[in-house]
Design a protein around this ligand. Sequence first.
Ligand SMILES: Cc1ncc(COP(=O)(O)O)c(C=O)c1O
Length: 414
Amino acid sequence: MAFSEKLRARYQDILKQILQSGLYKQERIIHDKQGAKVAVEYPPGNAQQELINMCSNNYLGLSSHPEVIKAAHEALDHRGYGLSSVRFICGTQDIHKELEARLSAFLGTQDTILFSSCFDANAAVFETLLDESAIMISDRLVHASIIDGMRLSRAQHDSYKHSDMKHLRQKLELHQDKDIKIIITDGVFSMDGDIAHLAEIVQLAEEFEALVFVDDSHATGFIGKTGRGSHELCQVMGKIDLISTTFGKALGGASGGCISGRTELIDLLRQRARPYLFSNALAPAITMTTCKVLDILQASTKARDSLERKAIWWRKALSEAGFIVVPGASPIVPVMLYNAKLTQIFADELYARKVFAVGFFFPVVPQAQARIRTQVSAAHTEEDLRVARAAFIEIAQKYDLLGKTKAELLNLQL
Ligand SMILES: Cc1ncc(COP(=O)(O)O)c(C=O)c1O
């Protein structure tokens, strides 16, 4: 047998190490639709509990919105369940073209190409568009899918310190003579919730004739006055060459993603991007429902306005209580505990108080940067947030965490 006892022991050992270092991730099983409150079974086999959900990407509360569900039912009736084909063979329906046009109009770009996920979109883009003559200069905190995408590309890679515009300028000077320079950043950084300095990035790009790529997965639908994304907030709409985003978060939360940007770049992706050419077309129900989501967002900014208000309240409530909160202006509010084991204990204590949030630790974030990442949703009530705040404070007092430094938190005997 190929999977020998020796091999088995090797993998068991790795898993044991992960467990012992407090890095083992336990999945919580939800018996419900995604929402502000969810019925969770944890640990597996235990009775379900209804918890306030502080860790989903359901920013606008659309994941189980009645109009969204109705649109998905209609899509199933009118365009079927699946396409059983890649786009260029027999997998392109009218609704795929419609969604691509709608996204271009929403994001203020020239053209858009759909992918099965934003992970796929990010995996496709750099390999397809760049060769050895190019340099990719990325922020050091970009999402894992961008890192993997850059690994697939033949272009050279360099990075700049997180959101450090002086450092970015130095890197652009260093790589001045490259044929193609591309600055790569998240719009809203997924682990820290801060927003890229897109106005300065665009200025530098113009000065050094560089392209700009922004992953706006944690921004599309709610950042900016009308929810177009971080480029709207930073007043650089029309100046970003490539935007990638997901439909798996604020836009209904099912799955799917896209790259939106300059006509020629999108056209080349359609011709050559491997995750587009060799993977099934986006399911009709998701495609048509994402169009409906755009209708909802364009009819009213009520949901994003409410999200903005609640996120400001939540961020202030936690920092005033004495937690170390990464500063920012998005609904991602990370509570820094630094210590991986502590985040797991904290998450269990939250669970016992009917609040659902999980610890993020290595390899999801760097070593000694463990945190409880909280995320606010427009679907939360003010009462939900008050209850969650009380739970956070009670646990922090129980373990005497408030006012402790990073070093003290890391050295806690648990
Ligand atoms: C910044 C960022 N980019 C890309 C992705 C991947 O998106 P998808 O779930 O559509 O693959 C995520 C999801 O975690 C993300 O946070």
